[in-house]
Design a protein around this ligand. Structure first.
Ligand code: ATP
Ligand code: HSE
Length: 318
């Protein structure tokens, strides 16, 4: 269902001559994904992924594609955009923005064990460090400003109790974002959506992070919190799993040591990471943009996680 714009081998014969990839041999639509038209592409030189962007524009895409290129050039495992003979990585196909990136081997690990979480922690820290000198800047477009804009649009759909939780958490996060501790946290380009379905593994070996289309500049700790909230929990309750949390955080800390300020901010940041996805899921649930988003993600999952992070036990950062 996710190929919105079909592409055939015939469409590619002429178009592919600009790339140093040899002749296209096979193309196969990828059925998962809801934002773009994605294809596995086999050429004389290897396996790639061709994406036609259905919503993101020629103006929006350079930040994401250049960030992936920068990270790939710094040995962070991410899909590397393929440049044409003029060095260009953003192209046009059937009137849509298009890119070819290297194909990551393996599959997503939806039931991660501590070893997987450790691999994610190591690569996440390496990614933050490698992105420090990435020259482009874009804010996290799903950050506090977006939360402020979105809260009033979803509030009318919520019970009194949920309205109270959302208002109180927004109030708390506004104060946190203005605090001296927060303002001292290290920032840079972050993935901002590093869920289990955006990382590939072969066995316990991590082969890459992908889907960078929520990336932006924000605190590194927010990226860690979003990641822990998805990788290191009991899925039914949202309760943090100590062994996986420790594995991820210790691996991250070994590459990029956490700071005392980050320790102070940790619980508030786990709450921020939960609020971000509670809000986006509420928005997609009550105000669906597209008819094809037939099964929006369950907002209650992140409401549970948010309540857990407010009231539950939080493992120390390091
Ligand atoms: N570089 C890559 N290497 C291997 N597989 C990839 C790569 N990029 C995408 N895929 C595969 O394509 C699927 C769809 O990609 P993706 O999740 O980015 O979809 P999307 O429609 O672009 O965005 P969304 O995740 O928001 O629906 C992934 O689940 C993954 O299986
Ligand atoms: N990771 C998001 C979906 C957007 O990629 C979620 O689970 O709500």
């Amino acid at each position: 269902m996710a190929v919105f714009t079909p592409v055939s081998l015939d469409d590619l014969t002429e178009w592919m001559t600009q790339f140093p990839l040899g002749k296209p041999l096979a193309i196969k639509g990828i059925s998962s994904g809801i934002e773009n038209s994605n294809f596995f592409l086999t050429t004389e030189t290897g396996e790639y992924v061709l994406t036609l962007f259905e919503k993101l524009t020629f103006e929006q895409l350079p930040f994401y594609l250049n960030l992936m290129q920068h990270l790939a050039q710094h040995d962070v495992l991410v899909p590397a955009p393929i440049a044409n003979q003029n060095g260009v990585i953003l192209h046009s196909l059937h009137g849509k923005p298009a890119s070819i990136v290297t194909r990551l081997q393996g599959a997503c690990q939806l039931a991660p064990r501590p070893a997987h979480c450790a691999a994610v922690g190591t690569m996440l820290a390496r990614m933050h460090l490698a992105a420090r000198d990435f020259p482009m800047h874009q804010p996290n477009l799903r950050g506090l400003d977006w939360w402020n804009a979105t809260t009033p649009t979803v509030l009318p759909y919520l019970s009194n109790e949920r309205q109270h939780l959302l208002r109180a958490e927004m109030h708390f996060q506004e104060a946190f974002a203005g605090s001296a501790t927060y303002l001292r946290l290290q920032q840079g380009p972050i993935h901002a959506d590093l869920f289990r379905d955006n990382v590939m593994f072969e066995g316990e070996r991590l082969t890459g992070f992908f889907d960078f289309y929520f990336a932006g500049c924000d605190t590194w700790l927010f990226d860690v919190a979003v990641t822990v909230n998805d990788w290191c929990i009991d899925l039914a309750t949202g309760v943090l799993d100590e062994a996986r949390v420790r594995a991820l955080l210790e691996a991250y800390h070994a590459v990029r040591p956490f700071t005392a300020d980050e320790q102070v901010a940790w619980q508030a940041m786990l709450r921020a990471g939960a609020l971000r996805f509670w809000l986006s899921r509420l928005y997609d649930y009550y105000l669906p943009r597209d008819a094809h988003m037939l099964t929006p993600h369950d907002p209650a999952h992140f409401e549970r996680i948010l309540r857990q992070r407010i009231d539950g036990t939080i493992p120390i950062l390091f």
